[in-house]
Design a protein around this ligand. Structure first.
Ligand SMILES: Nc1ncnc2c1ncn2[C@@H]1O[C@H](COP(=O)(O)OP(=O)(O)OP(=O)(O)O)[C@@H](O)[C@H]1O
Ligand SMILES: [Mg+2]
Length: 724
């Protein structure tokens, strides 16, 4: 260690008066001081880079919500005037480059890549909504976070603690621009004095979320390998990635379960335990050794030994110069002692943010003494708890602590430090252009195809069950048509019914199946997409490409049995097969479209019949197209039922031209059917408003519809992904 701490790490330690010696910010972190600093002083580097005052000109801020931001803007403009009086600060945000790969792994982070992260006046509230009962008035706006500010420096672990519902997860989500769809957010996030945008933050950070989400059907090792493939920088070789996977397996003691399924695809077999899932989530985020690590209760549900292992990994990352923010639930005294900084929250407000080692003394000064042999973490939560029996008294007590903190040396220093960061806030070009993705489009696509294929392979028996049930369904439906004489008019009409039934079975089974399988994965997709793992298009394409052929297998099994029972000519079968493949592609695409747009499977399943039934009615069987009201006729051009039915019947009856059909005894329809007893295929189709000879046009139309549905689905998913 050089012994000289980078200036940007000690911006405020010299400010403020020392009226309260015992609660001083100067303690900082001993870990921070131990970071090997073998690089040039970042402040000096920045001064050289920034000497022209570019940063000042580009000063801007991050605004999630325009409301409430004008004051901040004014502040910044006035502060800009005295910029020259302040030491220069680094403005670069970097992620390790391909030629600096060593810094991705276990060595100390280069000074340039270290991140001081601060946030100012983060306010989050719910949007007022319509009352569900009574339907009058609006539900009031609820403030979840109230002007929360804070800072965490490289080499530090900042532990955020507070009672349940105090806003810890909301703060982390907000800092990371996650899950904010239904909330109003304002405030500023700053990294190394530069504006933080969602993309550059994603590129720099890892986030272990409170709830674990996994694609089922993969083993622990497979899951980690997939994560390594898409999360670790493209400049790393496969061997280096696998080496890191091995390292993480050992660090988080997952080696014994490396070949165990996370959970089987159909959930019928229990996979790894809850604690192991938690460690696996953590392992995925630390694979890349991010410069900035956010963790939401990473130790919840872990035994004390495992919790300690997880914290040790965090300590190791911090020692390498990385920045760690973590919320933590009921830490043991040992774990608590490993935290450098402590942020205590109550009802969405900051009550204390300073050295963890000084917090007890601070509370003591506020008149709250921790009993001896008592876990300080428990003591803080008890002290800040709102007693439901007397909430006002509890709130006054918490208010008193918060006020004392604001007036303390640490509180004043914190405010000054954040003020200082805001002054230097600059939007560098680099900040804007940062891509969140670490690997190329092709690598993302291959990795996703591999994961989907592995998942399908694991659930191979499900495909087999699907094939068998489809065959049984085909037998039960097809047996009704056995022995039908297609040379009679009634037989021909029945065969048409059978062909329509074939289309209906393909449509409903594939649409429902696609919604059921695809929609639940979208939640995981959002999380992984926002973690910078892959793009919307790679995810969508990989899903469609792997799932469609699987759907085809079970559908062809149905077709074979059903077609045999209908007793139709095998000469015509190849064309039927092509039409059925086009139909499956079209209806599955319709399923992908619905699944991409709706929020949950339930909504999708409820919507589907409403959307599909009109298309079915326009298919040409139930009502002759000729009999439809004129304004409804064009709608048939978005009906896959219409195109598939016309193609199948066209193929079936095209050779019947000139061949007479026997007329049943009481046959009375005369229109367009010449004398009782004869009809040709074209006339038979014409009765339904269908055209003979359109089978290839219809097959093409089915594929065009498929493309249309996929485009709508893709756009829907992209719009949802933008909302975060
Ligand atoms: N989208 C939302 N809409 C409405 N209320 C919300 C929303 N998100 C969070 N809240 C509310 O905000 C408060 C803080 O929630 P948050 O999840 O941040 O708490 P927490 O401190 O992480 O709690 P825990 O320790 O239980 O995880 C809670 O009262 C919660 O109900
Ligand atoms: Mg939480």
């Amino acid at each position: 260690m050089s012994g000289s701490e980078p200036k940007n790490l000690s911006v405020s330690s010299s400010t403020g008066s020392s009226s309260d010696e015992s609660v001083s910010s100067s303690t900082g972190s001993s870990r921070r001081k131990n970071i090997v600093d073998d690089q040039t002083n970042p402040s000096e580097a920045a001064t050289a880079k920034d000497g022209t005052g570019k940063a000042e000109d580009a000063a801007t801020k991050d605004v999630d919500n325009k409301k409430g931001t004008e004051d901040d803007e004014k502040n910044k403009i006035t502060k800009k005037e005295d910029l020259n009086e302040k030491p220069s600060a680094p403005v670069r945000i970097t992620i390790p480059r391909a030629d600096d790969l060593a810094s991705l792994l276990s060595v100390n982070l280069r000074t340039d890549d270290r991140i001081k992260f601060s946030w100012s006046k983060i306010t989050v509230s719910t949007r007022p909504g319509l009352k569900m009962c009574g339907l009058r008035g609006k539900t009031p706006k609820k403030e979840i976070l109230k002007e929360v500010s804070g800072v965490v420096r490289p080499g530090e672990i900042l532990a955020i603690m507070g009672a349940d519902g105090s806003g810890k997860s909301t703060l982390l989500n907000t800092l990371l621009f996650r899950n904010m769809g239904k909330l109003e957010v304002s405030g500023t996030r700053i990294a190394n004095n530069a504006l933080v945008t969602p993309n550059n933050l994603t590129a720099l950070s890892g986030y272990v979320q409170q709830d674990d989400l996994f694609i089922l059907g993969l083993t622990v090792r497979e899951h980690l390998c997939f994560q390594a493939m898409v999360r670790m920088h493209c400049g790393l070789s496969k061997e280096e990635k696998w080496e890191r996977v091995e390292e993480v397996l050992d660090e988080l003691e997952l080696r014994d379960v490396q070949h165990t399924l996370i959970s089987s695809a159909s959930n019928e077999v229990e996979g790894i335990s809850g604690g192991e899932k938690k460690r696996l989530s953590f392992a995925c985020e630390v694979l890349t050794s991010p410069s900035l690590l956010f963790c939401d209760e990473p130790t919840s549900g872990l035994d004390s030994h495992m919790a300690s292992s997880v914290i040790d990994v965090m300590v190791k990352l911090a020692e390498q110069g990385r920045t760690v923010l973590t919320t933590i639930h009921q830490p043991s005294s040992l774990i608590f002692s490993k935290m450098d900084q402590l942020m205590l929250m109550s009802e969405g407000r900051t009550i204390y943010l300073g050295p963890a080692s000084n917090a007890l003394l601070f509370f003591n000064k506020c008149g709250f003494e921790c009993p001896s042999n008592y876990n300080p973490a428990d003591f803080f939560i008890d002290a800040l708890a709102i007693n439901p029996a007397d909430p006002e008294r509890s709130r006054k007590k918490v208010e008193k602590i918060a006020t004392k903190f604001k007036e303390s040396r640490v509180g004043i220093d914190l405010d000054n430090e954040i003020e200082n960061d805001l002054k230097y806030l600059a939007l560098s070009e680099e900040t804007v252009s940062r891509s969140p993705y670490k690997v190329s489009w092709a690598t993302q696509f291959i990795a996703l195809c591999w994961r989907n294929a592995t998942n399908v392979r694991r659930g191979g028996w499900i495909v087999l069950v699907r094939v068998l049930t489809n065959m049984l369904t085909a037998i039960s439906f097809g047996s009704l048509y056995m022995g039908i004489d297609s040379s009679t008019l009634s037989g021909a009409v029945s065969i048409n019914g059978g062909l329509f039934l074939l289309v209906a079975v393909l449509a409903f089974s594939n649409i429902f199946l696609t919604i059921n399988v695809f929609n639940p994965e979208i939640k995981i997709f959002f999380r992984e997409h926002f973690s910078g793992m892959y793009r919307v298009d790679t995810f969508y394409l990989a899903k469609v490409i792997i799932d469609l052929p699987i759907s085809l297998v079970s559908n062809i099994a149905f077709l074979l049995v059903f077609y045999a029972l209908l007793g139709l000519s095998w000469v015509k079968f190849p064309v039927v097969l092509v039409i059925v493949i086009c139909t499956v592609i079209s209806v599955s695409s319709f399923g992908f479209m619905i699944a991409s747009i709706v929020a949950t499977v339930d909504v999708g399943l409820a919507l589907t019949p409403m959307m599909v039934m009109p298309l079915m009615l326009l298919g040409g069987l139930f009502i002759s197209i000729n009999a439809l009201p004129p304004y409804t006729k064009p709608v048939r051009f978005i009906s896959f039922f219409f195109f598939a039915f016309e193609a199948l019947t066209s193929n079936q009856w095209e050779d019947t031209q000139g061949i007479s059909l026997h007329c049943p005894k009481n046959f009375s329809i005369t229109a367009n059917i010449t004398d009782c007893g004869t009809v040709d295929g074209a006339e038979l189709l014409h009765q339904q408003g269908l055209e003979m000879g359109h089978k290839w046009i219809d097959a093409g139309a089915l594929l065009v519809l498929a493309i249309l549905f996929q485009i709508i689905g893709f756009i829907g998913l992209s719009i949802r992904a933008r909302k975060r």
